[in-house]
Ligand binder design. Sequence first.
Ligand code: FAD
Length: 290
Amino acid sequence: MRVSELFGKKTVFSFEVFPPKKDSPVEVIYDTLEELKNLSPDFISVTFSAGGSGNGHLACAVASKIKEYGITPVIHLPCINYSKAEIDSTLAEIDACGIENILALRGDINPDIPPKTDFRYASDLIKYLRTRGDYDIAAACYPEVHPEADSFVDDIRNLKIKVDSGAEHLITQLFFDNDSFYEFREKAAIAGINVPIEAGIMPVVNKKQIERMVTTCGASLPKKFVRIMQRYEHNPEALRDAGIAYAIDQIVDLATEGVDGIHLYTMNKPYVAKRISEAVSGIIGASYET
Ligand code: FAD
C-alpha cells in the first residue's frame, strides 16, 4: 500500500518505532510490534540512524516484520553520511523486502562524523530516489522552524523545494503547541505546498524524555504543559497519565481542525500507544462530512 493514497479519506493514524540499539538483537522489538499491530495503525514507520548509534542495519528487518503483520511499513532513510553507492545498497535491501514507502531525510549532522558529499539536503535524496524506483516518498517538516534555518520563510521555501522534488506527504517534528502547527500549515499552503501534512505527536511520559526532546528538537512548551510537568515530575505514574492526557487533548483539537493525519512517536511503548489509540478511535475514524 502506498501511504500517500491513504490521505483524504480519513484522518490517517500512524506510529513510529525505532530499532533496538546497537548490539541488541532485533527480536527485542517484536513484542512491541505484536502489541502495536492490534491497534491497527494505517502505517508504522521505522527510524534509521544517520550514524552514531548504528542501528540502521536493523531498520529493514523491523520493517519486514511490520509487513508480516499486515501493516504498511515506512522506512526512514537519512542521507548525509552515506554515499550514492551506500544508498544504492540500502535500496537493494529495501526492494528485496518489498518496501515501497520511504521517509527521505538529510539526517542530523554529527560533529564527529564528516558528512559525505553526494547528498547535501533531503531534496537531493528525493530527486535521486525518483531515478531509482517507484517509491512513495515522504519528508520531514518543522512547524517551529528547523534549527539550522535562517528564518521561517527560508525554511518554508526549502520545504517547497523538497515537495517539488517529489515528496508526496510530510510528517512534522513533534510540537506541543497546536497553534504553531496551524500557523505553519497556513504558511505552507500560501507557499503552494499542497501535499498532506501529518502532525507528529509525542506523548511525554517521563521527565528524562522531556528534557532530552526539548534540548534536541527545540519545541516550545506552552504554559499548560510546563505546569503539568512541574506538578507531576516526581510522580512517575501521574506524569505518565498527564502526558497521555495532554497528547489526547492535542489530537482531539487537531482532528477537529481537519488535520490530514496523526503520527504518534510511540517511543516503543505499546501501553502508551494503546491508551491514546483507544481514547481517540471514534474521533480519528469519524467521517469528514459535517
Ligand atoms: P532538509 O530538508 O535537508 O533540511 C535541513 C536544513 O537545510 C533545514 O534548515 C532546511 O531549511 C535547509 N535546506 C533544505 N533544503 C535546502 C536548500 N535546497 N537550500 C538551502 N537550505 C536548504 N533523523 C535520522 O537520522 N533518522 C531518522 O529516522 C529520522 N527520522 C525523522 C522523522 C521525522 C518525522 C522528523 C521530523 C525528523 C527525523 N529525523 C531523523 C531528524 C532529521 O534527520 C533532522 O531533523 C535533520 O536535521 C533534518 O533533516 P531533513 O530531512 O528535514 O533535512
